[in-house]
Design a protein. Structure first.
Length: 43
């Protein structure tokens, strides 16, 4: 394969992995540990 194709596939895989990890952290089981700073400062 050409280097440009390998680079494109690699960059795409990294972007998909970061997006999947972000969604898992935001909406998956680890989201129970997240804290909402706006709820802490009720006016």
């Amino acid at each position: 394969m050409e280097p440009a194709v390998v680079l494109t596939i690699s960059v795409g895989a990294v972007v998909v992995a970061i997006t999947a990890m972000s969604l898992y952290t935001s909406f998956g089981p680890p989201s129970k540990q997240l804290d909402d700073p706006f709820d802490d400062h009720d006016d």
